[in-house]
Design a protein around this ligand. Structure first.
Ligand code: BTN
Length: 265
């Protein structure tokens, strides 16, 4: 086994180092899938299941975008069953973003760009998160939280100049098994955190969007600018607009860009 092989994702190694009570104990691992969202439909999953792949041929991102998923990244769907609060599922992107930020922070300084990106000190995207409500139709639907981490990604297409990886920033390979098991461990702590206010405060403390001047772009192309004042307990943001009014936005409806500094989509 080469040095590189030891650091590549393997179901056996993830399971052997996992320190969670529940998340990831049911672990479905694949070399290549279209998208872990698609693959989840073929697996028997329940709360805490993880469907993970080394690469995806049709990775999906937010707002209908494509998610480049070459080998070296970590691509997984985490299934959460929030019981009766499935319609509150936007908050799970926030919960998981804080967990992933805490895990990646063990490797390098990083922050959250609301609602779903983990970015490096210089604003490069290291991870994206997209939550979907699955098996819906009643209040007990499951949430599929899709997480893509640029762990050992060697290079990015020139159109992704806003992206980077742990490997590119650290100048060394990371152990993908450790990154994933640490993420699941930190996400589980956040999922189990019952004090929502504390969770939002912790999120806000590491969120570069809070206090920043931002441009919010709606799916119909409309834009507004203002200052992001705070994150609400449901995970939405409050923007004080330049015209003096205030607006509450949730993650499904807008793309928010910092006007100074972090200009990626
Ligand atoms: C974004 O920032 O736009 C969200 C990206 C989410 C990517 C992950 S990778 C695992 C899961 N499967 C997908 O097809 N997408 C998500």
């Amino acid at each position: 086994m080469t040095y590189d092989d030891e650091k590549k994702l393997s179901s056996k190694k993830v399971k052997s180092i996992l320190k969670t009570q529940c998340l990831g104990h049911d672990f479905h691992f694949f070399e290549k899938v279209t998208s872990t969202f698609e693959k989840t439909k073929e697996c028997k999953v329940s709360h805490g299941s993880v469907v993970c792949a080394r690469s995806q041929t049709n990775g999906r991102g937010r707002l209908g975008r494509q998610w480049d998923s070459d080998e070296g990244g970590i691509y997984f769907s985490l299934i959460l069953n929030p019981g009766t609060n499935a319609h509150d599922f936007g908050i799970y992107t926030v919960i998981c973003a804080l967990g992933v930020q805490r895990a990646l922070e063990k490797y390098l300084p990083c922050y959250i760009k609301w609602p779903n990106d983990i970015v490096s000190e210089d604003g490069k995207k290291l991870c994206g998160i997209l939550s979907k409500l699955e098996f819906s139709g009643n209040d007990t639907g499951m949430i599929n939280v899709g997480i893509g981490i640029n762990a050992n990604t060697k290079s990015f297409d020139s159109k992704l100049s806003y992206a980077s990886s742990l490997r590119l920033i650290l100048g060394d390979l990371v152990d993908e098994n450790e990154v994933l098991s640490l993420c699941l461990y930190e996400i589980e702590k956040c999922v189990l955190q019952k004090d929502r206010e504390k969770l939002i405060k912790d999120f806000s403390d590491v969120c570069i969007t809070v206090g920043a001047r931002v441009r919010a772009i709606f799916q119909n192309g409309d834009e507004i600018t203002g200052i992001c004042k705070r994150i609400e307990n449901d995970g939405s943001i409050v923007i004080d607009k330049d015209d003096g009014t205030s607006l509450n936005l949730n993650s499904g409806e807008v793309s928010v860009r910092g006007i100074y500094g972090e200009n990626y989509v």
